[in-house]
Design a protein around this ligand. Structure first.
Ligand SMILES: CC(C)(COP(=O)(O)OP(=O)(O)OC[C@H]1O[C@@H](n2cnc3c(N)ncnc32)[C@H](O)[C@@H]1OP(=O)(O)O)[C@@H](O)C(=O)NCCC(=O)NCCS
Length: 326
């Protein structure tokens, strides 16, 4: 434990443009220090749009002269708390980051303590608080375990060089693949996505509003968003949404692949995946990455056959919140 501890105040804040900019800057500092982004894309979107949907907890240095960049009032820690697992689940999910120059001063513990207070004050007994730790770093494990959280879910980030040749695959009979038409395909895609991910803790709950938020992002490109539809009635039966990252280095991503339950086991998942990988390779990107749940053995096996290998893991920690003392 360090001899002197940084004094901070943790408060729940709505995001002003200045605070949102400071949170985004903190996320970049954390990524530069740790080699891994501490906040997920979904959280960064919520911050950038100053969304009031999640709870934003902010740690600021105490003292006079609030508002300066690195003096009193400076933002040195951030924790976001959002509902997880859909409307009915008693579950909240946190992500947090502490300024690299202010670590081991109790700020992470203070932020998580404040999150536990919010949960026990506002939620029903038995709510589970979860925390995502990107990169499975030892300091995250130490903090989570120190506060009584246990490892609950493991997400693999897998990668594949685009120089690896792709297999020849054919699209199943009666199905064609085309690209997404913004506006025209929004509603049908949200319905298909909910069917495809009925058991998924996050993806099943993507709304038309969420889809439109993503369409406004600079990376959104309908030319890399592939839909599979039945020839006989144009009904959507699958999709492969790809993404291009500029930072920290250019890379493509298998962002989401989803199939209607009726289309599973037909070879369409492989055909859609390969179509998207060929598109990303044609853009000249050196690698393609993706995220897969460690327990999703079928998907992991398909990706391994296509040459993907695990690059790192993200861990979700969980703790049931009975009351503040519990
Ligand atoms: C993980 C993180 C949030 C910790 O923040 P922090 O302010 O440095 O943590 P604290 O000072 O509150 O640490 C509280 C306790 O956690 C444990 N801990 C935290 N960092 C540790 C480390 N590097 N090594 C060993 N134990 C550590 C200790 O038990 C510590 O108590 P102590 O200092 O009295 O021994 C910070 O390193 C960070 O932002 N990492 C990148 C983002 C991330 O991993 N987020 C997910 C967090 S679960």
């Amino acid at each position: 434990m360090p001899a002197s501890r940084t004094e901070v105040a943790v408060t729940q804040e709505s995001l002003t443009p200045d605070t949102a900019a400071a949170v985004l800057a903190l996320a970049v500092l954390g990524e530069d220090a740790d080699g891994i982004a501490p906040l997920s894309e979904q959280v960064l979107l919520r911050v950038r749009h100053a969304s009031t949907r999640p709870t934003h907890l902010v740690a600021r240095l105490r003292g006079a002269g609030a508002g300066t960049a690195d003096g009193a009032g400076a933002l040195v820690g951030y924790l976001v708390l959002q509902p997880g697992g859909g409307e009915r689940a008693a579950e909240l999910v946190a992500e947090l980051v502490v300024h690299p120059a202010h670590r081991r001063h109790g700020i992470g513990r203070a932020l998580l303590g404040a999150a536990l207070d919010v949960v026990s004050a506002n939620e029903r007994r038995g709510t589970t608080l979860k925390i995502w730790a990107h990169g499975d770093r030892p300091e995250a494990a130490a903090l989570a375990e120190h506060l009584g959280f246990v490892r609950d879910r493991i997400l693999l980030q897998m990668r594949r060089p685009t120089s690896t040749p792709l297999p020849d695959v054919s699209v199943p009979d009666g199905v064609r693949i085309r690209t997404f038409r913004p506006g025209a395909d929004d509603d049908a895609w949200v319905v298909l996505n909910a069917r495809a991910f009925a058991d998924h803790p996050e993806q099943a709950y993507v709304t038309v509003e969420d889809l439109r938020e993503r369409q406004q992002e600079s990376w959104f490109d309908p030319a890399g968003f592939f839909l599979a539809e039945r020839v006989e009635d144009d009904r959507l039966v699958g999709f492969h949404w790809t993404k291009v990252h500029e930072r920290p280095a250019p890379a493509g991503e298998v962002y989401v692949v989803g199939l209607h339950p009726d289309a599973q086991g037909t070879g369409l998942g492989l055909a859609l995946t390969v179509t998207g990988l060929a598109h990303l390779a044609a853009l000249g990107l050196p690698i393609v990455l993706l995220y897969a749940d460690e327990t999703n053995a079928g998907a992991v096996r398909m990706y391994e056959r296509l040459g993907f290998r695990t690059h790192h893991t993200d861990v979700e920690y969980a703790r049931r919140v009975v009351d503040r003392a519990g």
